[in-house]
Design a protein around this ligand. Structure first.
Ligand code: ADP
Ligand code: MG
Length: 373
């Protein structure tokens, strides 16, 4: 097999930031019996505000790369945040797009969607096929597209395209490419062929038994689309570009550890991969030369060559507007924000209702140093 050509990125070795988009889903009245109205409010294309529970006369204002309000369509999310990344996959570069946020906030809607409202995954796969089709024959490269689909559950790596899957090892080759020997990798030549493999596997994962729902909120579903291009003429150079599309576990498992610098507390509920992902994103985005702790979890180890470095990375943080999500929203925003600001003005609504908190939880938040000031 031809040696994988080094990724040419203009000699730019700088570690790239993870772009952060926030998407607010529409308010679902029935979930909120007291009908208190939303506790989050968009301000413009990059900012939103949330009531400060410590002090109802204050608002906390957050700034992101992109803010998608509750009216944003699936098409708009794809066009503005995902589509621009895809051409890089055809020239041997790597990328990752992941949906973060509490269970019920819209991660699966964003990534998978429905047949009426397809999400990032079907749109991105279609687009990759379109880009390959549009390539000029005269450029002299042949393209081949393949897929793998896996799940990380309890720090085990499981193949979703194989029925008899057991925990698979993650390895690194001499060129620092991350790979999983034994993982099913299927060549696909059209979108419908992709669908034929993907749909049964993802249905398997999300079907409606309570147990499976629990699993899907605790596991990370990871789709890999790999584009290999080979030069037709000698020396038959070969380049591989990888695109990871990830529906992460619910961030509510992570709520006591979501802030930077917080010690990992002992708790069965903590999801190591999600916790480590937040540390990796923090260290990539803080721009300091600290060690990026990729090796501390399966998810981050797998994504090592496709998150940060010369890769193109996007995190879509999904949040819900109802009060019952208030603390999960708060912690997801603290993880995602580029910056935040306490503004000395009440949250702009008719009435300001302070969410009713169980005392214990408020105290835990306090101990975890959850920032409200
Ligand atoms: P998660 O995967 O984060 O647990 P889901 O994607 O399953 O959340 O979303 C929870 C519910 O909200 C689903 O019924 C979903 O269809 C709906 N939903 C989520 N986001 C949106 C949106 N932007 N527009 C309309 N409905 C949405
Ligand atoms: Mg989901």
């Amino acid at each position: 097999m031809a040696q994988r050509a080094a990724v040419a990125d203009g000699g730019n070795k700088k570690t790239s930031r993870v772009r952060v988009a926030v998407r607010l889903r529409p308010y679902v009245g029935k979930q909120d019996e007291r009908s208190e109205g939303p506790c989050v409010k968009g301000l413009d294309a990059q900012n939103l505000e949330i009531i400060n529970w410590r002090n109802a006369t204050e608002t906390v204002k957050y700034h992101f790369d992109v803010y998608h309000d509750e009216q944003t369509t699936q098409q708009e999310v794809f066009l503005s945040s995902v589509k621009p990344i895809l051409p890089h996959i055809l020239s041997g570069q790597n990328a990752s797009v992941f949906a973060y946020g509490p269970t019920g906030a819209g991660k699966t809607h964003t990534m998978l969607g429905s047949s009426e409202q397809p999400g990032v995954i079907p749109r991105a796969v279609r687009e990759v096929f379109n880009l390959v089709k549009a390539k000029d024959e005269d450029e002299g490269w042949d393209y081949s597209i393949g897929m793998s689909y896996l799940e990380i559950y309890n720090e085990k790596v499981l193949d979703l395209l194989s029925l008899s899957s057991q925990d698979l090892p993650i390895r690194e080759d001499r060129d620092k490419n991350i790979l999983i020997p034994g993982l099913t990798h299927t060549t696909i030549s059209s979108f419908s062929e992709f669908d034929k493999h993907f749909v049964p596997a993802s249905l398997n994962r999300t079907t409606a038994s309570t147990k499976l729902n629990e699993r899907s909120s605790r596991s990370h579903a990871i789709l890999l689309i790999k584009v290999v291009r080979t030069q037709r003429a000698f020396p038959h150079r070969q380049q591989t570009g990888k695109l990871y599309l990830v529906d992460l576990a619910g961030s509510e498992d992570n709520r006591r550890t979501g802030n930077r610098g917080i010690r990992l507390k002992e708790s069965g509920a903590i999801n190591l991969s999600l916790f480590t992902l937040s540390k990796v994103v923090d260290s990539l985005n803080s721009g300091t030369a600290v060690r990026v702790p990729y090796r501390d979890s399966k998810l981050t180890r797998l994504l090592q060559d496709s998150l940060g470095g010369s890769a193109h990375s996007l995190m879509i943080t999904n949040i819900a507007p109802e009060y019952k999500y208030y603390f999960d929203t708060f912690s997801a925003l603290n993880f995602a924000a580029k910056s935040k600001l306490i503004v000395n003005k009440p949250f702009t609504r008719e009435t300001v209702a302070v969410p009713v908190l169980p005392v214990k939880r408020a105290r835990e938040d306090h101990e975890a140093g959850r920032s409200g000031t």
